[in-house]
Design a protein around this ligand. Structure first.
Ligand code: ADP
Ligand code: ASP
Ligand code: MG
Length: 412
């Protein structure tokens, strides 16, 4: 008898009819003899609605109050799910994050799970009952409700699965697995039977929202298999697991993109030791995460100068521009130039480690569509390019095509 944590995303619990469908599915798993814990997201669109409501109440809502508001989304879906199960004859209880013993640290709206004491959940399981837990939320040491950041219910599910020693964490969503690229962007995208943690981690961190990045990180650290599948289809999905020699050997396994980027350039900064550190310290102090960094040195009148460019998450763009504006004269720079019309496209694959020419092929593919590359970064298993935002989806499709990732090309 295995212990399974099942997480159902917002689109899978969007209305009472869908809730009834997934409730039946969870009950069926229990009737097959498994111990089942269900983690739920808010009903589709609810978190966005609550954010809009908060912004109507205040242009800059207090993060503590925002967490208090946002956590209600999952409170509603879990209570409705439990009532539905009860009406189907199943004895279940729903638990909010704090009742499930989920303790967090870090700032409101971006809290991290620091520990879980799942005593109440294990008590339910010991009684032979299913437990239903609100995703995306916890409580901090001061006793305040916190939320984990967008998509955080995936992390709740994986963290609970780890804490309970579950055999598998099943992520039920509106696609039937992990695809070579977002199937809503590229009609040729192909579902993969398996993908290793490292590749999934890169895809998530580079924009594939199908799995929240911290959930993948956690599963990788504890070697917990994740099965991503469709909430309303019996088909097997994709297993996210440890890399093994039988996995597909192509250098590139996935393409992804992110529209959540902005670029900032300080022009004609003096090229001397300490300048990059000063710029980045200002961002770090403001808790702004800098991603790509590029500097181009040029010799001109007045000595060596450099244009220093970096990217930040789009929501931090305005704040970063303001902060950089404040240090321009200190740094004797010429100006601060910003661009929020950019996107990042990336290719990912552990096979890249042993293949030459992958970058050249990527750049050639983009060039063939006349797409200009503004910035580039690489790691062992990924290459990312910043391009103009309007070409993002075209770039995804042309890269998917160039690396032969389409349907029928290999493991299906
Ligand atoms: P949920 O509400 O269930 O958490 P999400 O909307 O967070 O679901 O994630 C599912 C979506 O992720 C899909 O509808 C799809 O558009 C998107 N997605 C992006 N990249 C991929 C990929 N490589 N494979 C599958 N889905 C992807
Ligand atoms: N409801 C939250 C969100 O929309 C958390 C989640 O769905 O995972 O981001
Ligand atoms: Mg999600």
């Amino acid at each position: 008898m295995s212990l399974i944590v099942q997480k159902y995303g917002g689109s899978s619990v969007a209305d009472l009819e869908l809730i009834q469908g997934v409730a039946r599915r969870a009950i069926a798993a229990k009737n097959e003899g498994h111990r089942v814990v269900v983690v739920l997201s808010a009903m589709k669109g609810e978190t966005d609605r609550l954010i809009r409501l908060a912004r109507s109440a205040s242009p800059d809502p207090d993060p503590r109050e925002l967490d208090s508001l946002l956590s209600t989304g999952e409170q509603i879906s879990t209570a409705l799910f439990a009532m539905t199960c009860q009406s189907l004859g199943e004895k279940v209880k729903s638990f909010l994050g704090f009742q499930a013993g989920i303790i967090t640290s870090g700032p409101h709206c971006r809290a991290r799970i620091s520990s879980i004491d799942p005593a109440r959940i294990t008590t339910e399981l010991a009684k032979g009952r299913m437990a239903v837990v609100a995703g995306f939320q916890g409580i901090d040491r001061g006793g305040d409700v916190t939320t984990l950041g967008r998509g955080g219910s995936d992390t709740t599910a994986v963290a609970l699965a780890v804490a309970l020693g579950a055999d598998v964490c099943e992520i039920y969503t509106d696609v039937d697995g992990i695809y070579t690229t977002d199937p809503n962007v590229c009609a040729d995208a192909r579902r993969m039977d398996r993908i290793c943690y490292e590749e999934m981690l890169e895809l998530s961190s580079l924009g594939a929202k199908v799995m929240e990045i911290r959930s993948v990180e956690l599963a990788m650290n504890y070697d917990l298999p994740i099965h991503v599948r469709h909430a309303h289809s019996p088909k097997e999905g994709t297993l996210i697991c440890r890399e093994d020699p039988s996995m597909e050997k192509t250098p590139v396994r996935g393409v992804t993109h992110s529209m959540n980027e902005a670029r900032i350039t300080l022009t004609r900064v003096k090229d001397e030791p300490g300048v990059a550190a000063r710029i980045l310290q200002v961002a770090a102090k403001a808790d702004i995460v800098v991603d790509m960094i590029i500097q181009n040195t040029s010799v001109s009148e007045g000595g060596l100068h450099t244009d220093f460019s970096f990217t930040v998450p789009l929501p931090d763009y305005g704040r970063t521009m303001g902060l950089m504006g404040g240090i321009v004269s200190d740094l004797h720079a010429e100006s601060v130039v910003g661009d929020d019309q950019i996107a990042k496209v990336s290719i990912v694959g552990v096979g890249m480690r042993n293949h030459a020419g992958v970058a050249a092929k990527m750049f050639q593919a983009l060039a063939s569509e006349n797409i200009n590359i503004v910035m580039i970064t690489t790691s062992e298993i990924k290459i990312s390019c910043i391009i103009e935002k309007k070409y993002a989806e075209l770039a995804v499709r042309c890269l998917h095509d160039s690396f032969d990732l389409a349907k029928g090309d290999g493991e299906g």
